[in-house]
Design a protein around this ligand. Structure first.
Ligand code: NAD
Ligand code: UGA
Length: 446
């Protein structure tokens, strides 16, 4: 009979909670360790501290089945665990853009102190190249007696689609120290067993070295960020030359070598990962004496774009928004999440606020966090139509489905002005203009 696997997941945030729950759903016993008291008490009380569709049901089922537990006792969680996953944050360090690995190393020291018997320490967090080796050094220094391996198993899930992404990934990457005397077969076998349900679905599994696995994650995120930035610049060009970015994106995407995904123009990519990971890759490249100039440019172009979008709204308003009311639909960095980290709305609304605009905003999931990061003066509304009340301009910043189906006439009845700036291209220009609006969007002909 198969022996039941047990793992500990250090960090119960977006990645730790989703991947821990999905491993439990695969039949593994999972102990999630979370040090944030608010997050932990929510989880213990059966509340999900993040917005992720379908996660509440999956967590409840696995808690009821006895496969998923939450706590803050590291020693209890890792006792007898076959693998300990690190899913703590690796935010950008202020100043140099490098990933801050302090949470990772702090957790590793805790693990090393209390581990008993053979342990595989696995980074699920996105970590700079060389982190796996540094983890091994810390463990050896803290516990020279401990039998352990380090593995890198980067996570590719997207917020809002996290469960499906974890359950049906394009690939699973497992990096181990291939130079280790005696090899790392034991660590690989444990990880292969953990991912067995995906193996059965014929998910490609790439077994590689530690550094390679770490670089794969940054390369994937940076490539996608570069792809978005490319189409954003093409959208700008379309506006100048009278071309349509939707047809350009669709047509180039039909070439299988390019692919149609991640070619939607936007006010700039945001979120907890693309901005920080592109900055981190440029730092990794510079430090290694091999600059990744395309990604350095991607970072600069994306940051400038968010500023430029605010200027575009001001220009659309006639050059001055002072005293005008701007209604904003969508605040989160993308739909189906409550995450506001590095959302374009932060830069754009900050500039509009400084320029003297009165901002009314609505987001289906992000308003609680928005209150902590957006200008104090923003007025939060209970729905999209309320946002339009007395507005001179309505601006779309996040493409939530409920905005797509909104009737322009409903907005018109409440608005003072007749201007709509749709920075996610959610509406049909002709229909909006026929409804009597002065309308701008991204990269589409007037
Ligand atoms: P997060 O901030 O939501 O979660 C991290 C959690 O770890 C927090 O709740 C924090 O309290 C907890 N924590 C920190 N130190 C701890 C410790 N010593 N013991 C126990 N808990 C501890 O972050 P996230 O979005 O889940 O990202 C985690 C990592 O995964 C990052 O490296 C990120 O780049 C990567 N990643 C994130 C996503 C995503 O969609 N968010 C996707 C793929 C990879
Ligand atoms: C992204 C990656 O897609 C995941 O594979 C990865 O695991 C994750 O980062 C991570 O490392 O954390 P996520 O940040 O959740 O996932 O969201 P995405 O759907 O990738 O969107 C990121 C940003 O790019 C958003 O601001 C979104 O609006 C923007 N975007 C995306 C565009 O502007 N255009 C597009 O065509 C696609």
């Amino acid at each position: 009979m198969e022996v039941q696997l047990r793992i500990a997941m250090i960090g119960g945030g977006y990645v730790g909670l989703v991947s821990g729950t999905c491993f439990a759903e695969f039949g593994t016993d999972v102990a999630i360790v979370e040090t944030n008291p608010d997050r932990l008490s929510a989880l213990r009380e059966g509340r999900i501290p993040i917005y992720e569709p379908g996660l509440d049901r999956l967590v409840a089922e696995n808690v009821t089945a006895g496969r998923l537990t939450f706590g803050d006792d590291m020693a209890a969680a890792i006792r007898g665990a076959d693998a300990v996953f690190l899913a703590v944050g690796t935010p950008s360090r202020r100043g140099d853009g490098q990933a801050d690995t302090s949470y990772v190393y702090a957790a590793v020291e805790q693990i090393a102190r209390v581990a008993e018997g053979y342990t595989v320490i696995v980074t699920k967090s996105t970590v700079p190249v060389g982190t796996g080796r540094e983890i091994a050094r810390i463990v050896r220094a803290t516990r020279p007696d401990l039998d352990f391996d380090v593995a890198s198993n980067p996570e590719f899930l997207r917020e809002g689609n996290a469960i499906a992404d974890f359950m049906r990934p394009d690939r699973v990457i497992i990096g181990t120290d291939q130079s280790k005397p005696g090899g790392t077969q034991r660590a690989q076998d444990i990880l292969r067993k953990l991912y067995r349900p995906l193996y059965l679905l014929e998910t490609p599994m790439v077994f590689t070295g530690l550094e390679t696995a770490e670089l794969i994650k940054y390369s994937a995120n940076s490539f996608l960020a570069m792809k978005i930035t490319f189409i954003n610049e093409i959208a700008d060009l379309c506006e100048k030359v009278g071309a349509d970015v939707i047809d350009v994106a669709r047509s180039i995407g039909l070439d299988g070598r390019i692919g149609k995904k991640f070619l939607h123009p936007s006010p700039g990519f945001g979120g907890s990962c693309f901005p920080k990971d592109t900055r981190a890759l440029t730092a990794i490249g510079r430090n290694a004496g091999s600059p990744v100039r395309l990604i350095e440019t991607t970072v600069a172009v994306n940051e400038a774009r968010m500023q430029a979008m605010a200027q575009r709204i001001i220009a659309f308003a006639g050059g001055d928004v002072s005293g005008l009311t701007i209604g904003v639909l969508g605040l989160t960095f993308k739909p189906e999440t409550d995450d506001m980290r590095e959302a374009a709305s932060i830069t754009i609304l900050d500039q509009l606020d400084r320029a003297g605009a009165h901002i009314r905003a609505f987001d289906p999931a992000g308003m609680q966090t928005a209150r902590t990061v957006l200008p104090q003066s923003v007025i939060y509304c209970s729905d999209a139509v309320e946002v339009a009340e007395g507005a001179d301009i309505v601006v779309v910043l996040t493409e939530w489905n409920e905005f797509r189906s909104l009737s322009p006439y409903k907005l018109k009845n409440r608005m003072k002005g007749r201007k709509i700036a749709d920075l996610r291209n959610i509406w049909d220009p002709q229909a909006i203009r026929e409804a009597g609006f002065d309308y701008i969007s991204l990269g589409r002909p007037d």
